[in-house]
Design a protein around this ligand. Structure first.
Ligand code: ADP
Ligand code: MG
Length: 451
């Protein structure tokens, strides 16, 4: 493995540990400058990057390097200023050659106008019962933007393909018609743009910049919860696009009615089109996803290895892809890959419900889901907004962890255990009758198991 391949392998793994934005910011234009056996020198474009990488990412980078090559003991960074244009031209050909052999880093190829990542297409999106409604709705929207479902609202747990799917809509529309203006914006970015616009008195200019858009894709809209000013401004942006039949696509970690602190008028706007969820793929679909990813990467792994991954990495699709990448990198250096090694390499990915769901996790997740502090769940109060989450926490302790009723009662401040039985039965029954509650419990469970 040469330095280029080695660094590509590090990048391939780093991108699963940090957000896309951070990855693009800190790892673009980095490479291995030199290596003297035990020490790797990484070149970075400027002093700022050097400081960040050495303070924040030194450890994880070294860890990944050592997993690939144990003889590496140390790491250092040097600044290598960017090349001038003409120097760049000279090396384009070299780079293109290198690119054919290296793993592709499309995070760096994000379209500057649309913010879309060309990697996310319908062609490489695997469909199964866990996402077929969302997929069908997305295709319909891509074929007839503004005319079928408006808005389209896709929700589900992390790593389940929301970003991939909603960007695929954008990519397809751009491909079908060069004239259509598509814009993908993360909700974090949207909120920060609105906040800046308010502060600098340039709200009108901000709105004007969005006016020509035909398709607005907003990722992780739950982020706008509790941000009153941003919601107000966004409401107007939404309306003016909607009235002109412009397509709006939204994603979120939960359905609109479960987003706390979201203005009612926005909630009803979000509910006015099509709402579709993505959930967890089953074993067969996980296998198909693995094979699709292998094909995309032009790589191969033995059937029994794929079977092991599909059977054991269940958390979400992102993890599935991470596990696959890790094995591919390993097999590139070591050729053969036996099952024992696979098990060792995938230790961190393999999922056991009892490792993940524990008392602390359930309390933490339920509290967070309902925007409460953990201690609120134990408040001796009959307030509805506390009683329901508390009963759900009790229900989940029983259901997921098989806690006894007296044990649950003890956890909740020595309450009589009939209170715990009552809570369990009540939620069990309501769960059957009330779709909204079922949905909330499913989302809470998804979070418990995917975090
Ligand atoms: P989310 O936005 O729901 O957190 P992403 O869209 O970022 O999830 O998906 C995480 C990773 O898993 C991405 O690399 C994506 O390409 C991949 N992925 C998710 N769902 C699918 C799918 N159905 N088919 C193929 N790849 C998928
Ligand atoms: Mg996403």
């Amino acid at each position: 493995m040469n330095n280029l391949e080695l660094w590509q392998s590090v990048l391939a793994q780093m991108q699963f540990h940090i957000s896309r934005a951070n990855f693009a910011t800190w790892f673009q234009n980095t490479e291995i400058a030199s290596r003297d056996n035990e020490k790797i020198i990484i070149s970075v474009p400027n002093a700022f990057s050097k400081e960040w990488l050495s303070n924040k990412y030194n450890k994880p980078i070294l860890k990944i390097l050592r997993e690939i090559d144990e003889s590496i003991k140390d790491l250092d960074f040097v600044i290598k200023p960017q090349q001038t244009k003409s120097e760049q031209a000279k090396t384009i050909e070299e780079n293109e050659k290198a690119e054919e052999t290296q793993l592709r880093f499309d995070e760096f190829k994000i379209n500057k106008d649309t913010n879309l990542n060309p990697r996310y297409t319908f062609e490489n999106f695997v469909v199964g019962s866990f996402n077929e409604l969302a997929h069908a709705a997305a295709l319909a929207v891509a074929d007839n933007p503004g005319l079928t479902y408006n808005p389209l609202f896709v929700y589900g747990g992390t790593g389940l393909g929301k970003t991939h799917l909603i960007q695929a809509i954008g990519n397809k529309i751009c491909e079908d018609s060069k004239k259509k203006k598509v814009k993908y914006i993360s909700s974090e970015k949207l909120v920060s743009s609105i906040v800046t616009a308010i502060r600098t008195n340039s709200m009108e200019a901000f709105k004007a910049s969005l006016a020509p858009i035909d398709v607005l894709i907003l990722d992780d809209i739950q982020f706008i919860a509790g941000k009153i000013k941003s919601q107000e401004e966004f409401f107007h942006v939404f309306n003016s696009l909607y009235e002109k039949n412009k397509q709006i696509v939204l994603s979120s970690d939960r359905p609109p009615n479960a987003i706390a602190e979201l203005e009612d008028r926005l909630k009803s706007r979000f509910e006015g089109g099509m709402i579709a969820d993505v959930s967890l793929p089953d074993y067969e679909t996980r296998l198909v996803i693995l094979k699709t990813k292998l094909q995309e990467k032009n790589a191969d792994l033995p059937e029994e290895v794929l079977d092991y991954i599909a059977a054991n990495v269940k958390k979400n699709v992102r993890e599935l892809e991470g596990a696959l990448n890790k094995l591919l990198i390993y097999s590139k250096i070591n050729q053969s890959l036996d099952l024992e090694t696979v098990k060792k390499l995938l230790k961190g990915f393999v999922f056991s419900p009892f490792d993940v769901a524990n008392y602390k996790k359930i309390i933490e997740t339920v509290a967070k889901f309902y925007n409460l502090e953990e201690k609120n769940l134990f408040d001796p109060t009959r307030r509805k907004e506390i009683v329901k989450p508390r009963q759900i926490a009790m229900f989940l302790l029983r259901r997921e962890l098989k806690y006894s009723f007296p044990a649950i009662a003890r956890k909740f401040g020595g309450k009589d255990h009939t209170t715990a039985i009552y809570a369990y039965k009540k939620i069990l029954q309501e769960n059957e009758e009330n779709n909204k509650l079922t949905e909330e419990i499913n989302l809470i469970k998804q979070r418990i198991y995917s975090g």
